[in-house]
Design a protein around this ligand. Structure first.
Ligand code: HDD
Length: 724
């Protein structure tokens, strides 16, 4: 029989000392209740403390809780009883923790920062944030992948969302862009189709966060307008090294409108200060296993360590005459204007310097909407943009549960705002007073202002009401080709490899064939390489094209990541594999050189506790080898010792560490004692210009200065992976 627990000792009830002090007439700052001296907060509230000094745990209603670990039951082994209101509330709240994840861009990560204006753009726009040089506007940015669910891995091959909320003095401006300047479709009515096709297939619910499946390529191969976007997502742009090394694009053509109601077309670009960088596919696959939060961790670590990521906002400005003479329709979101034709102009910088206090409250609940624009920024007739302006409000209502999502601090404007909206679920800002309408004869409340308010650009529009794609949107291949021929040879190889991989996962041969027929309209070599790698016996006929592919478009080097890479190792991470007996001087020299270049390093050792260096000092490690594979680093160094190398060579993960760094074309610095490891990894006979002995003649600084190139692409054709 269960033993009856002895009743808890009750403290003797005491009368609280709540007398007002005679001198001030105020309540005293402390009150004694149940033998405890309680302090009053500013609002007169009493702070209760548990016996160990922590604040007392309470229910959501504020009631102090005596036991949070045992449900109320009859006897020690008996049934639970219904009057356990504390358990009921705790489990009720837990059961309701989730809100619907975003239908696209579910997995994301955000940070706070500011935007700083370089110069007045008053000639082009009346938007307040662009009037004064040096003006700082608070910002929140959310990066995301598109197709995967909230818990998917960061290195999916996918478009990255780049959504920026600027809390301007004239309300929030949301520039909801991507890291790719074009889109799959030209008309918003096709959005549900492309997204259904890209996400996991509905009967089997896989594959997750991948486009490598039949539904996606079926849709794409039947949608020629996607071909330009396909080139981008099969390029390394879709596997960025980090959010910090990505460009962002507003994609659509927008308008700037000035005080005189004159309009200038504008395209927005975000350029990362540290240059562009991506990983290779084999690396991405391994990162997803080693650290599915690789991009999150990178942003977190860089901001927490004070290395604030930064982008310049650049614009391409043009008038109607340019638009009329440009090769393609500026309303078509599957087209770019090459920077070589219309240079970008930097107009300000975005700095991310603070992580959210709470992921859910901020990153999850932030609600971006393309229709959030301040006076001075307006839309073009891009049919994709117009559809987006209609769609985003719905999704926020669904996700956040009611019309008052703008009351959430992350979504509320930071400028004064006044209107007559009231009530609704969870209204947290409630109007006071009698007058909740206008016009009113009490002279109360805010008024609309034709001068200060948003005036839609009064463009002249006319035409019949029809469902018709314009002729000017009909060229689907020319810019796809231009993108492809603008890439360096390794980047072109990666596109062919990506297409081959994705199509190899397609089960229906007819889809593969249809895709290759489109590639024939883009580039013959690309098409035949993919066909050969897929094992085609012969090439299909080129796809029917509404317009022939233009061969006269010049390559645009601005489209290449390699061409736009950094010159320095700044902002990157070196992985240093160390063993007992590591040369203490060399390690110190390397660490100093890396830090001096604005980069960071992490140490990987056989045991995470660390190693004893040559001078007897203890060096703590960040990772054990199994937990710190080389895919997590931009370059690696092998600082071993003759005494420890034999054991290290026996570690399969140590061999992988080196072999992966090699096949991913990374720089490898090594202490002479590490040669047996290079041999075991099968690369001792392939020492190229990226594999450097340390300390080397000029010392570690010279090694670090080489790392700015990031990869040794010349090695790639020698690695099996890269063979075309
Ligand atoms: Fe979208 C989210 C970017 C076309 C409908 N979109 C969403 C996010 C980004 C983009 C970055 C995530 C925002 C966040 O972090 O919360 N979307 C784009 C770009 C597009 C685009 C660059 C083409 C140029 N989107 C697009 C179309 C539609 C939508 C054509 C519908 C007509 N997008 C949505 C949405 C989402 C969304 C369903 C899901 C979650 C959300 O809005 O807040 O409404």
């Amino acid at each position: 029989m269960a033993k009856k627990p002895s009743p808890a000792k009750k403290p003797a009830p005491k009368t609280p000392a709540l007398k007002k002090t005679a001198a001030t007439g105020k309540l005293p700052n402390t009150v004694t209740i149940h033998d405890q001296q309680l302090h009053r907060g500013k609002g007169g509230e009493l702070h209760q403390f548990a016996e160990d000094g922590h604040e007392v745990l309470t229910t959501a209603q504020g009631g102090p809780v005596a036991d949070d670990q045992n449900t109320l039951r009859v006897g020690a082994r008996g049934p639970a009883v219904i009057d356990d209101f504390h358990f009921r509330e705790k489990i009720f709240h837990f059961d309701h923790e989730r809100i619907p994840e975003r239908v696209v861009h579910a997995r994301g990560y955000g940070a706070h920062g500011f935007f700083e204006t370089y110069e007045s753009l008053a000639a082009y726009t009346r938007a307040d944030l662009f009037q004064r040089p040096g003006e700082k506007t608070p910002a929140f940015v959310r990066f995301s992948t598109v197709a995967g669910n909230k818990g998917s891995a960061d290195l999916a091959r996918d478009v990255r969302g780049f959504a920026v909320k600027l809390y301007t003095q004239e309300g929030n401006w949301d520039l909801v862009g991507n890291n790719i300047p074009v889109f799959f479709i030209q008309d918003a009515i096709k959005f549900p189709d492309i997204i259904h096709a890209a996400k996991q297939e509905p009967d089997r619910a896989f594959p997750q966060a991948q486009t490598a499946h039949d539904n996606f390529w079926d849709f794409i191969s039947l949608t020629p307008e996607s071909m330009h976007m396909v080139m981008w997502i099969m390029s390394d742009r879709a596997i960025p090294r980090s959010f910090r090394f990505m460009e962002g694009f507003g994609v659509h053509t927008f308008r700037f409108v000035n005080d005189k109601d004159e309009s200038t077309f504008v395209k927005f670009h975000w350029k990362p200060k540290l240059g562009l960088q991506s990983v290779v596919w084999n690396e991405a696959v391994k990162i997803n296993g080693a650290d599915p939060d690789f991009h999150r961790r990178d942003l977190w670590q860089s901001i927490q360590s004070g290395n604030f990521p930064e982008w310049e906002l650049c614009v391409q400005l043009f008038d109607q005459e340019f638009a009329d003479n440009f090769d393609f329709d500026i309303l078509d979101p599957t087209k770019i204007i090459p920077e070589e034709i219309l240079p970008v102009r930097p107009i300000g910088r975005l700095v991310l310097d603070r992580m959210p206090d709470n992921f859910f409250a901020e990153t999850e609940q932030v609600a971006f909407m393309t229709q959030n624009v301040p006076p001075g920024i307006d839309f073009s007739n891009d049919p994709l943009l117009q559809g987006r302006n209609f769609s985003y409000l719905d999704t926020q209502l669904k996700r956040l549960g009611g019309p008052n999502f703008t009351h959430l601090p992350i979504n509320a404007p930071k400028c004064p705002f006044h209107n007559f909206q009231q009530d609704g679920h969870m209204a947290m800002r409630n109007p006071v007073g009698r007058t909740n309408y206008q016009p009113n004869s009490r002279n109360e409340g805010p008024r609309a202002s034709p001068v200060r308010g948003f005036r839609h650009f009064p463009s002249d529009e006319e035409g019949s009401k029809i469902r018709l794609r314009p002729e000017s949107f009909a060229d689907h291949y020319s810019q796809a080709r231009q993108f492809y021929i603008s890439q360096t040879p390794p980047e072109q190889r990666h596109i062919a490899m990506a297409l081959t991989f994705e199509l190899s996962k397609v089960e229906e041969p007819v889809i593969r064939e249809r895709m290759v027929s489109h590639l024939l309209n883009i580039d013959d070599t690309l098409a035949s390489t993919v066909a050969r790698k897929l094992g085609f016996q012969s090439l299909p006929k080129p796809a029917d094209a509404a317009m022939p592919t233009r061969q006269d478009l010049e390559p645009s080097p601005a489209l290449s990541i390699v061409e736009r890479g950094p010159k320095r190792f700044e902002g990157r991470k070196l992985g240093i594999l160390v063993t007992d007996g590591v040369d203490a001087g060399l390690l110190k020299g390397l660490a100093t050189a890396v830090t001096k270049d604005g980069a960071v390093f992490e140490l990987i050792a056989p045991k995470v506790g660390g190693v004893t260096a040559s001078d007897g000092s203890w060096v703590a490690a960040h990772h054990m080898i199994d937990g710190g594979p080389s895919v997590l680093f931009d370059a690696v160094a092998l600082l071993t010792s003759a005494a420890a190398i034999d054991d290290l060579v026996e570690e399969a993960t140590a061999r992988d560490f080196v072999a992966d760094a090699f096949q991913h074309c990374k720089f490898i610095g090594y202490d002479r004692s590490a040669l047996p490891l290079l041999k075991k990894a099968g690369i001792a006979n392939d020492l190229d210009e990226g594999i450097l002995e340390l300390p080397g003649e000029e010392g570690p600084a010279a090694f670090v200065s080489r790392l700015g190139k990031l990869r040794v692409w010349a090695r790639e054709p020698a690695v099996k992976l890269g063979k075309a």
